[in-house]
Ligand binder design. Structure first.
Ligand code: TXE
Length: 490
């Protein structure tokens, strides 16, 4: 049984409470480690370390900060295999995905390392003689970064790389289900040459440790990935101290297949949108909107391919669908299958626990497809976060767009068509932060990502992602120190 402590000021620190939380392997069900159960006292210590490190980090030139981030990227690439394996042990997602993701996170640190000394202010051509007015982008201070269990290191990179490049210091809280890869990753900062205190990790429960970060007066911003209800709670809590927030809150994304789509590519695209990562992805294309003229043939092929997925050990490169990460999530997915059936949807694939070959008897759900779904059903409106697809037929382009937008979320959307005009019209009309045409589930370090409506606030990645971690200062410098009339505005 391995024990993991907080990482504060460059060192492992035991929890003030002395308490730990068990952590298990979703594939075997085995409890293999325990993580520190952080409380307000631990958050205090981490915030104090980050606050102490902030002036020095802010004063470090952006070029020097960038070089350290690039060095960190090299270390991530060196250790990617190990970090990826830790993530699989924590969240049960496929090694093919988590290994690649761990390596990919390096790109965010490299990109923001390069961007660090390119964030320029402006000189404002004032309508007043003898005054130089310029703007500069300054860091916010200590930022709190709270991540979810589905992709711990990638979700963190989207936040942390931008925050550090901009000159902020950080307190991080990974999900209580998947904390160990983040703790191992934090060790790399010292080796890369970062002074201690710039990056601190506290682990623990959301309502205890996470909430203490939201309430902490010295943490000036919270960047969060998780559910919309927790995101709303964080937003409300942050309002008390007028904290800034960036929120990435998942969705119920439509994947629209028009009758002129390249059939086989669209089938694979829809499958990749929902069954990859066992559906545990914020951008899951959990609503397939399919033109009625191809609906039956499309469903038939979808069921054929999804039904042949190899289910089992996430550490095997031959596995297509792994276990559900957490016990509450497993129960939630099963509940939603029942909700769909009670709501009148027809289950044409799966619909139950999987205990066939490759399953270890823990948290496997069969890839599941529902037809006869209408967009007002709960299964079409609420995020399941599991391998459950709803197929909804449509007759016209206008109807497809109406159904796609008739939802409280707006993170992503997919469009499958060979008609360029239709692709452009649909991309314009869809209410989503990301639209993919003839592809799905693609993200990049330099392309802004974020949601509309209940899918969140703010953007991550790209230049916009860095602007979430700076505040603008406007400096006025007079050539001559004269105050003509002290009683009126100059
Ligand atoms: O999420 P939570 P959970 C969705 C998905 C899933 C549901 C529940 O639908 O079924 O969320 O998953 C921390 N103050 N997504 O329970 O509660 C918590 O410790 C501060 C979508 O895991 O949102 C964890 O670190 N922090 C999503 C993080 O918030 C708090 C990815 C996420 O937990 C807190 C994962 C509080 N009061 C789940 N309460 C996506 N957008 O991709 C909890 N936390």
């Amino acid at each position: 049984m391995e024990t993991f402590n907080h990482f504060i000021n460059g060192a492992a620190v035991a929890p003030a409470s002395g308490e730990y939380i068990d952590t298990d392997n979703p594939y075997t069900g085995e409890v293999w480690g325990r993580i520190a159960r952080g409380t307000a006292a631990d958050v205090d210590a981490a915030a104090a370390a980050a606050a102490a490190a902030f002036p020095g980090w802010k004063a470090t030139t952006p070029t020097a900060r960038g070089k350290l981030l690039v060095k960190l990227a090299e270390l991530i690439e060196r250790d990617a295999e190990h970090l990826g394996e830790m993530e699989v042990r924590d969240n049960g997602k496929l090694i093919a995905e988590m290994g690649a993701q761990a390596k990919l996170t390096a790109e965010w640190y490299r990109y923001y390392g390069g961007l660090a000394d390119k964030l320029e202010g402006s000189v404002i051509p004032l309508d007043r003689p003898g005054i130089l007015n310029y703007t500069k982008h300054e860091p916010l201070g200590v930022v709190g970064l709270i991540t979810a269990w589905n992709s711990p290191l990638l979700l963190l990179a989207w936040k942390l790389a931008a925050a550090l490049a901009a000159g902020n210091t950080a307190v991080i809280k990974p999900s209580e289900f998947t904390s160990t890869s983040t703790l191992a990753f934090a060790e790399l900062f010292g080796e890369a040459g970062f002074p201690p205190g710039i990056v601190n990790v506290v682990t623990g429960l959301g309502h205890e440790c996470g909430q203490a970060m939201v309430d902490h007066p010295d943490i000036v911003k919270i960047a969060f990935t998780g559910s919309d209800t927790t995101g709303q709670r964080i937003y409300e809590g942050a309002a008390k101290n007028l904290k800034k927030v960036t929120l990435e809150l998942g969705g119920k994304s439509p994947n629209i297949v028009f009758d002129d789509a390249e059939f086989e590519a669209a089938v694979m695209g829809v499958i990749s949108g929902i069954f990859a990562a066992t559906g545990q992805t914020c951008i899951a294309g959990s609503r397939a909107l399919v033109h009625r003229s191809i609906h039956d043939a499309f469903v038939e092929r979808l069921v054929e391919v999804a039904g042949s997925a190899t289910i089992g050990d996430p550490m095997s490169y031959d596995t297509h669908v792994g276990p559900v990460t957490t016990e509450p999530q497993f129960q939630k997915v099963l509940d939603y299958i029942k909700i769909a059936q009670e709501g009148g949807a027809t289950c044409v694939l799966g619909g139950d626990i999987y205990d066939g070959p490759g399953a270890s008897g823990t948290r496997f759900v069969q890839p599941t497809v529902f037809t006869n779904v209408t967009n007002d059903m709960r299964i079409a409106q609420e995020e399941v976060f599991g391998p459950v697809l709803s197929v909804i037929p449509f007759d016209t382009e206008a109807e497809a767009i109406t159904i796609a937008n008739d939802i409280n979320f707006g993170l992503a959307a997919g469009v499958w068509t060979q008609n360029l005009g239709r692709a452009m019209r649909a991309s314009d009309a869809l209410n989503a932060g990301t639209v993919w045409v003839n592809t799905y589930r693609a993200v990049g370090f330099n392309s802004p990502f974020g949601g509309w409506k209940r899918s969140g606030l703010g953007r991550e990645s790209g230049i916009e992602g860095m602007m979430e971690y700076v505040q603008t200062k406007s400096v006025w410098m007079a050539q001559e120190s004269s105050v003509a009339n002290p009683f009126i505005m100059r």
